[in-house]
Design a binder for this molecule. Structure first.
Ligand code: HPA
Ligand code: ZN
Length: 319
């Protein structure tokens, strides 16, 4: 039995399972450089964030139509429902699609089609978080926000992802200010591979309300104190940290010490098709590897609702 929970760190493109990738490739006449799903799965051995991102972006070539995006999101929601997810705040990467000629409206309307029927079909309420690719320019992020304006009613928040080191949050000061003016909420990946300073910058320069990952805050005790006292949620992704070699083995993940320090931790799947598990699997894995007991797992589940962008009534209904 999976605890009811919210998933707050989930890249919809990272839910593209090999079987669906091949089905969409066949439907859209896209050639994949792998013979079959087995050979593709063998490529899921990553050295770091960048080696993962190279494959993650390459496989997106199969996503072309509204129906493709709707199927992708629907498949995620169906799986998430079996793992206790009641609410999902879902990242998408519009630039990864517009750069290869897929209009932003195709992406958002396609995802929206699945999200619109999610409560009824899967019992999961949803929100969309539009991420800017931080290894692209600040101008490209501004253009993306501009292009998203006709669909802004479908978007709750903006985020920042892709290759972190060398692309500090401050590069995106202007687009975050513009997003705020549109009434959007704000999150950012920080402290996954990048230094603790990027976490401070995301808070102070971008004004984010949650930190995605935030793992490296543990190198900076003053920053930990601040995150604790301001009750800034961290959306941790332990299986991702192992697969992308931020840590060697799950047994060494600092989740337990982070909880003990009083940090508002949540546990999420990041890119579950690539990292070996959906969010319920992740709860199970940290239970096994770190010996978190039932009460600590309940705390993580409770934290996920506190950290979600839900108002009180929505939160009560989702729990
Ligand atoms: N980090 C940064 N960018 C990403 C990730 C991640 O874990 N997954 C998909 N895009
Ligand atoms: Zn992520």
């Amino acid at each position: 039995m999976h605890l009811p929970k919210a998933e707050l760190h989930l890249h919809i493109e990272g839910t593209l399972e090999p079987e669906l990738a091949f089905a969409l490739a066949a439907r859209n006449g896209v050639d994949l450089p792998y013979a079959d799903t087995e050979e593709l799965r063998k490529a899921y051995l990553f050295e770091d964030l960048q080696t993962f991102l190279d494959l993650y972006y390459a496989l997106m070539a199969v996503l072309r139509t509204e129906e493709d995006f709707a199927e992708l999101a629907d498949a995620y929601l169906a799986r998430a429902a079996t793992q206790g997810v009641r609410h999902a705040e879902i990242f998408f990467d519009p630039q990864a699609h517009t750069d290869r000629g897929v209009p932003i409206g195709t992406v958002i309307e396609g995802l929206g089609r699945a999200l619109d029927r999610s409560e009824e079909t899967h019992g999961i309420s949803t929100q969309l978080i539009m991420c800017f690719l931080r290894d692209k320019s600040a101008e490209s992020a501004l253009e993306t926000l501009e292009a998203a304006k006709p669909y802004v009613h479908r978007i709750s928040a903006v985020g920042l992802d892709s290759a972190e080191v060398g692309h500090p949050p401050a590069k995106f000061r202007e687009v975050y200010a513009a997003a705020t003016a549109l009434g959007l909420r704000k999150v950012a990946h920080a402290g996954e591979e990048g230094p603790p300073e990027y976490i401070r910058e995301a808070l102070d320069v971008l004004g984010v309300e949650r930190i995605d990952h935030g793992l490296r805050c543990m190198e900076d005790p003053d920053l930990v104190d601040r995150l604790v006292s301001e009750r800034i949620p961290l959306t941790l992704c332990p299986l991702s940290n192992v697969r992308l070699r931020a840590i060697d083995v799950l047994e060494q993940h600092p989740l337990r010490s982070m909880m003990d320090a009083g940090l508002l931790c949540t546990v999420n799947s990041d890119d579950p098709a690539y990292f070996g598990g959906y969010v319920g699997d992740t709860f199970h894995a940290v239970h096994e590897a770190l010996g978190l007991d039932r009460e600590q797992l309940r705390t993580l589940a409770r934290n996920s609702f506190e950290a979600a962008f839900l108002d009180h009534d929505e939160e009560r209904r989702a729990r």
